[in-house]
Design a binder for this molecule. Structure first.
Ligand SMILES: *Cc1c(COP(=O)(O)O)cnc(C)c1O
Length: 701
């Protein structure tokens, strides 16, 4: 007996070890089977941990472990998942089969300050991270030889709670690295930080085939303030910011060196990582190459993607800060102080101009791009100074329109429908696969049933979250009853979830509160609105937006028809974008460089109602959603707000609401579903990261 027991224990340790191993390749974040496996371990902890498989494993009770050891269904699902991952990793990829000979030699290093891979891995804040995470997943699916570099934040980005008055409370939990899907590489790199040396440990997160290396300064050799350098994403002051960017750019290149990777293309995703090219300059100079040769070599192997036309979105550092951190480096760089500063100035002769990371990236990268056609144009107008030209057409900035990683954003409930009608192999494949031309094969009854199901799931989610929010604020019990009864499963549901940056104008739809209340409470054709969004902890006006919506959601006329969900993250994003009928987007044109959230609803039969900004002008064709306004600018901000708000009311009253409620004898909104089909056919095949990676591959090679 005792021997058998030992043997049994060993095999079960092995069983849970296998689950942990599965959890350590983020492949599971875009595959529903392993997610079901992890959820089934302990659904309560799975939910409480924001879907973290390692936390769930850690908290398994002995009784639950016993039950799982003898659960044949569990064992079978685990084996299936392991087999699928193994097959995925050894399959011959699109890149291996189709890449051109000169592309085969590519070794891409991709730098970004944030990566959004899953809600349980909180090293992201918003759209930039989501794009970077989706980029890695598509690189893995397609087999593109890419490795990524970022920072590992001990406290991540903040978690948002709203107080009883709607004020933002920013919470920074401290994460236990043993519960994150990372492993230590045993490498520690040193980075000169002014007159001292900073050390950073290199971790690795595996994203399918793609490794993501993450730097962490919380090591005992560093002084306490340096240990806290990687505590928060976008936290602290300008000094913290420049230090983090030195770590990302310079430390990142050194980490790749230490790991022995041989990258020949460096993709700077946003200006944050531009010091990367200074470190490459230094390294090449030590090999004795001339300055011009070195710059040429760096430029020809760099790709830079700029992500915003908003001036505040471009880091600019004072000359004092720059000197402080680079004075001791000048000799090694082979640059005078002014030559260095000129690399970051729009006008190299302006001795007072601060040092801009975007300019550094533009000057040291041959291939530069914006993230939509419109943003490419706006960027060319914005950066004429860097190139010393008047005519924007002569500015060498192109565009690659953003996308989303389809499998990541797809609600599991809708997969069987696509498996059935969009066969074969409708997800994965190649950059230009288009299974969506077969959308018409899906019977509209089934499409509508799926829409109804996903909307119901969203409504349940809203109720649960509202209840939790009310309980946490110790609010009166009446609120709880109201929350359980709030929202309706068959009512036209409009969603708006964003970072609450002010240019996105979250409260725009409340411009004329009375008119909106009339639309929401129409006796036969009601409408409900669900909001979610965080503003940066230092962005007071953005937080005031959250507070305004919070207040409206409690007012008579809006209560029960407007909900504000706290702590927008990838999970909230997935539920909202899969459940809504209409996704509302009303930024101040042309400040939304691309936006990607609007690409998610069409995967689930949701429709866009959007300003003609970012990616939307490339997709909109009058039949696949709605455009707010015609893209022309009003004379003032106030006039623009007024005009755009009126356009939204007009669209709702005369088009969106009537079309949604127009039903045939079977209760089906046929004309609405025609739009849904048109939206799926036009948006899904084009606005995804597989197509995007195909375009970047051309830039890389
Ligand atoms: C998709 C997504 C984004 C990007 O959305 P935008 O359209 O750029 O606002 C940001 N945050 C989360 C959580 C997302 O899911």
């Amino acid at each position: 007996m005792p021997t058998r027991k030992r043997g049994q224990q060993r095999s079960s340790a092995d069983l849970f070890g296998r689950v942990a191993k599965l959890a350590r390749n983020l492949w599971w974040t875009w595959n529903p089977d392993p997610q079901r496996l992890f959820a089934g371990l302990d659904p309560v902890v799975w939910e409480a941990s924001n879907h973290n498989p390692l936390t769930t494993l850690k908290h398994l009770s002995p009784e639950r472990k016993d039950a799982l050891r003898t659960d044949a269904g569990f064992a079978r699902l685990l084996r299936d998942c392991e087999r699928h991952l193994a097959e995925y990793l050894k399959a011959r990829t699109w890149f291996q089969r189709r890449a051109k000979p000169d592309q085969k030699r590519l070794r891409i290093a991709y730098f970004c300050a944030e990566f959004a891979l899953h809600e349980s891995f909180p090293i992201y804040s918003g759209g930039l991270g989501v794009l970077a995470g989706d980029h890695l997943k598509s690189a893995s699916d397609l087999g593109i030889p890419l490795i990524a570099v970022g920072l590992l934040y001990r406290r991540g980005y903040y978690r948002q709670q709203l107080a009883t008055d709607g004020a933002t409370r920013a919470i920074f939990p401290r994460y236990d690295f043993s519960e994150l899907p990372i492993s230590s590489t045993d490498h520690v790199v040193t980075v000169p930080l002014g007159r001292r040396l900073l050390r950073a440990k290199v971790w690795c997160a595996q994203v399918g085939r793609v490794p993501l290396y993450l730097l962490d300064t919380d090591v005992p050799e560093n002084r306490p303030t340096d240990r806290r350098l990687t505590e928060r994403l976008y936290g602290g002051d300008q000094e913290t910011r420049i230090q983090q960017e030195i770590l990302l750019g310079i430390g990142g290149v050194r980490a790749l060196e230490a790991l022995g990777t041989r990258s020949n293309v460096f993709h700077l995703n946003e200006g944050h990582a531009a010091f990367c090219n200074l470190e490459r300059l230094r390294a090449l100079r030590t090999r004795g190459l001339s300055h011009n040769k070195v710059i040429e070599r760096i430029r020809s192997s760099s790709v830079f993607t700029t992500h915003t036309p908003v001036p505040a979105g471009h880091d600019r550092f004072s000359l004092a800060l720059l000197s402080k951190y680079f004075k001791a480096q000048l000799d090694a760089l082979g640059l005078s102080r002014n030559e260095l500063l000129a690399l970051g100035r729009e006008n190299p002769d302006d001795r007072r101009e601060p040092f801009c990371m975007t300019v550094l990236a533009l000057r040291t990268s041959e291939r530069c791009n914006g993230v939509s056609k419109l943003h490419g144009r706006v960027s060319r107008e914005m950066w004429t100074g860097v190139y010393g030209v008047q005519n924007p057409k002569r500015v060498p900035i192109g565009h690659v329109t953003n996308g989303i990683h389809t499998a990541t954003w797809l609600a599991p409930e809708i997969r069987p429908l696509y498996d059935k009608y969009l066969r074969p192999k409708w997800v994965g494949g190649a950059p230009n696969d288009n299974p969506w031309q077969r959308v018409d094969r899906i019977p509209i009854e089934e499409l509508w049933r799926m829409r109804t199901l996903l909307r119901r799931k969203l409504v349940q989610f809203v109720r649960t979250r509202l209840r939790q929010q009310i309980e946490r604020r110790f609010e009166p019990v009446e609120g709880l009853y109201a929350a359980l009864d709030t929202f309706d499963e068959d009512t036209l549901t409009i969603g708006f979830a964003r970072r609450f940056a002010t240019y996105k104008r979250a409260p725009l739809i409340f411009h004329n509160a009375k008119r909106l209340a009339g639309i929401l409470n129409h006796p036969d054709c009601p409408v409900q609105l669900v909001f979610a969004g965080k503003a940066h902890p230092a962005d007071r006006p953005g937080q005031a937006f959250a507070q305004q919506i919070f207040a409206f959601a409690r007012k008579a006329g809006f209560c029960g028809r407007v909900a504000l969900i706290e702590d927008y993250d990838m999970h909230v994003g997935r539920i909202l974008t899969s459940g809504v009928d209409v996704w509302l987007n009303n930024p101040l044109r042309p400040q939304e460089a691309s936006g990607t959230s609007g690409m998610k609803p069409p995967l689930h039969g949701g429709l866009n109602c959007s300003i003609l900004d970012g990616w939307w002008p490339e997709a909109y064709n009058r039949r696949n959603g709605w455009a707010i306004g015609d893209g022309r600018a009003a004379p003032s901000r106030a006039a623009q707000d007024r005009r755009d708000a009126l356009a939204v009311y007009e669209l709702l009253e005369t088009q969106i609401v009537p079309l949604f409620y127009e039903r045939d004898y079977l209760g089906l909104p046929r004309k609405w579903l025609k739009r849904v089909q048109a939206s799926m056919k036009t948006v899904c095949p084009q606005f995804n990261t597989h197509r995007m990676l195909g375009e970047y591959l051309e830039l890389y090679s």
